[in-house]
Unconditional design. Structure first.
Length: 118
C-alpha cells in the first residue's frame, strides 16, 4: 500500500508541476503578445508623430519665410523714406505702417502656435 500511495503522490506532484509549467508558459505567451501589440502601437505613434512634426515644421518655415519677406519690404520702404521728399513721405508712411502691422500679426501668430504646441 505504501508503494501505491508513494506512486499516487509522485503522479500528483508531477501533474501539479505540469500545470504550473503550463500556467507559466501561458503567462509568458500572453505577456509576449501584449508586448508585441504595444510595439505596434508605439511604431504607429512614432510614424504619426514624425508626420505631424514635419507638417508643423513646414508651416513654421513657410510662416518664417513670409515674415522675412515682410521684414525685407519694410527695410526697403524705410530706405525709401530716408531718401524721399516730404511730399511723398505720407504715402510711404502708410505702406510702412501696413507692413509693420503685418509683421507684428505674423510674429504673434507664430508665437501663439509655438505656445500651443508646448
Amino acid at each position: 500500500m505504501k508503494k501505491n500511495e508513494q506512486l499516487i503522490k509522485t503522479n500528483v506532484a508531477a501533474a501539479d508541476e505540469k500545470k504550473s509549467a503550463e500556467k507559466r508558459e501561458e503567462y509568458i505567451d500572453n505577456l509576449t503578445t501584449k508586448l508585441k501589440e504595444w510595439n505596434r502601437e508605439l511604431e504607429k505613434f512614432e510614424i504619426n508623430n514624425a508626420k505631424k512634426l514635419a507638417e508643423i515644421r513646414k508651416k513654421m518655415d513657410d510662416n518664417l519665410a513670409y515674415l522675412k519677406t515682410k521684414r525685407d519690404k519694410l527695410n526697403n520702404k524705410l530706405g525709401q523714406v530716408e531718401r524721399v521728399r516730404k511730399e511723398n513721405f505720407e504715402e510711404i508712411r502708410n505702406d510702412l505702417d501696413t507692413l509693420w502691422e503685418d509683421l507684428k500679426v505674423g510674429l504673434t501668430a507664430i508665437k501663439e502656435a509655438i505656445k500651443r504646441r508646448d
